[in-house]
Design a protein around this ligand. Structure first.
Ligand SMILES: Cc1ncc(COP(=O)(O)O)c(C=O)c1O
Length: 385
C-alpha cells in the first residue's frame, strides 16, 4: 500500500477525545472533553424543529445564510463595538474549528511562523501543520498563566505572520486583560502580523473579569481574524455553527478556503440559530450566573478533596495540580483516576509545549447532579494525596 502523507506524522489524534473513550471504557464521569450534559434553550430546539419543517434542506449561500449573517452582525456589532457588515465581514463555518483552520489557510504561506501561547488548545498545532505554518510557542507561566512581555516581543521579532489568541483561554481559564491585549496589539502592528482569535468562550467569563475583543482595539480590525462559534454559548456543540469575522479583504480569502473545505454550515440549523442570536441581553447575564454557580460548586468539591488549582477567570475548565500524588506522568494519573476514582480528566501535558506534566484539566459544563457525583468520587483522592 502507498504511504499516507508524512505531515500526519507531525501530530497525533486528539488526546481529549481519547480520554472520552477511556471514560466510556471505565464508566467514569467524563470531565475531559468539554461539552455540556444539559440541553440548549428550548426556544432554540423549537426553532430547529420549525426550520426542519420550513424547507431549508439544501445548501445555504456558501459563506452563510443571509438571515444568520444579519443576526450575527447585529449581535457581534453590539458586543465587539464594531459596525459589522453582514455581507462583507462574515463567513459562517462548521464551528470555530473550521473557522480557525480557514483563517490559518487564508493567511499562511508554507514556512510562515505563527505564535501560539502554551499551554494551548490542541487544534492549533494541527492547524499550523496542515496550513504549512511553523508554530512558535510562547509560555504562559503557571500558576497565574501570565506571559513575559520581552519573550513575546522576541518571538514577534523573529518575523511572524500571525499570533493565535485563545481568549478566554482553554485550558488555563485565563481572560486576557485589556492591558495585555493592548500590548499584543501594539506588537502585531509594529511587526505587521495578524491576530487570529479563538473566542468560543467570549460569554463565559467570571466577575470581576471581563472579555475584551482585540479586534475592537484601535487599528486592530484590519489585522484581526476573529473566530468563534455558537457551540459553547448556546450549548449546541453538535450543531457545528461557527464563524469568521474580519475585514472584507481577509473575508474574500476565507470565503474561498471555506468553500472548498466544507461548502457551508448546516442550512436548517443556521435558520434556527437566528432565534439564539436574537436573544435579549438577559440571556447572557443568566448564562454567566449559571456558569459562575457551576464553577463555584466544582471548585468547592476540589477544595474538599484537598486539590490545588488555578481559579478560572473564564471558560469552563480548571487546571489542577497533581504533584502530590507521586505519578511520574499525568497521562498515567488520568487513566488511573478514570479507572479507580471514576472521573475522567485530560492530561495537562497535551496542552503544553514545555515538559509540564503535573497538571490535569477538568471541565465543569455539567449539571449540578453530575458535578456532585464527580465531587463525591473525587473525595477518595484524599486517601491517596
Ligand atoms: C478553545 C476552543 N476552540 C474551539 C473549540 C471547538 O469549537 P467548535 O465546536 O466551535 O468547533 C473548543 C472546544 O472545546 C475550544 O475549547
Amino acid at each position: 500500500m502507498p504511504a499516507i502523507a508524512s505531515r500526519l506524522n507531525l501530530f497525533s489524534e486528539s488526546v481529549i477525545r481519547d480520554m472520552t473513550r477511556i471514560a466510556i471504557e471505565y464508566n467514569a464521569i467524563n470531565l475531559s472533553q468539554g461539552f455540556p450534559d444539559f440541553d440548549p434553550p428550548s426556544e432554540l430546539v423549537d426553532a430547529a424543529k420549525r426550520a426542519m419543517d420550513g424547507g431549508h434542506h439544501q445548501y445555504a449561500i456558501t459563506w452563510g445564510a443571509p438571515r444568520f449573517r444579519q443576526a450575527l452582525a447585529r449581535k457581534q456589532s453590539h458586543w465587539m463595538g464594531l459596525p459589522l457588515d453582514p455581507d462583507a465581514h462574515i463567513v459562517v463555518t462548521c464551528g470555530s474549528t473550521e473557522a480557525m483552520m480557514a483563517a490559518m489557510m487564508t493567511v499562511c504561506n508554507p514556512g510562515d511562523r505563527v505564535i501560539a501561547f502554551s499551554p494551548f488548545y490542541e487544534n492549533y498545532g494541527a492547524d499550523a501543520i496542515l496550513s504549512g505554518a511553523e508554530p512558535v510557542f510562547v509560555p504562559l507561566y503557571p500558576p497565574a498563566f501570565e506571559f513575559d512581555r520581552e519573550e513575546l516581543r522576541r518571538a514577534f521579532a523573529t518575523g511572524v505572520k500571525a499570533l493565535i489568541l485563545c481568549n478566554p483561554s482553554n485550558p488555563t481559564g485565563k481572560v486576557f486583560t485589556r492591558d495585555e491585549l493592548q500590548f499584543i496589539a501594539e506588537l502585531a502592528q509594529e511587526y505587521d502580523a495578524f491576530v487570529i482569535t479563538d473566542e468560543v468562550y467570549e460569554h463565559i467569563v467570571y466577575e470581576p473579569h471581563q472579555h475584551a475583543y482585540i479586534a475592537g482595539l484601535p487599528g486592530m480590525f484590519e489585522r484581526t481574524i476573529s473566530c468563534s462559534s455558537l457551540s459553547k454559548t448556546y450549548a449546541v456543540t453538535g450543531w457545528r455553527l461557527g464563524y469568521v469575522i474580519a475585514s472584507s479583504e481577509v473575508i474574500g480569502g476565507v470565503r474561498k478556503v471555506h468553500d472548498f473545505l466544507t461548502v457551508g454550515a448546516p442550512a436548517p440549523l443556521q435558520e434556527a440559530a437566528v432565534t439564539a442570536l436574537d436573544f435579549p441581553l438577559s440571556f447572557y447575564e443568566e448564562l454567566q450566573a449559571a456558569y459562575t454557580s457551576r464553577r463555584d460548586c466544582f471548585l468547592g468539591y476540589l477544595d474538599r478533596a484537598g486539590l490545588r488549582y488555578t481559579v478560572p477567570q473564564g471558560a469552563y475548565y480548571v487546571l489542577v495540580d497533581i504533584s502530590d500524588f507521586g505519578f511520574a506522568d499525568d497521562t498515567a494519573f488520568c487513566v488511573w483516576m478514570a479507572r479507580e476514582i471514576g472521573v475522567a480528566a485530560v492530561p495537562g501535558s497535551s496542552f503544553f509545549q514545555e515538559p509540564v506534566n503535573h497538571l490535569v484539566r477538568f471541565h465543569f459544563a455539567k449539571r449540578e447532579e453530575t458535578l456532585a457525583a464527580a465531587g463525591s468520587r473525587l473525595l477518595r483522592l484524599k486517601e491517596r494525596g
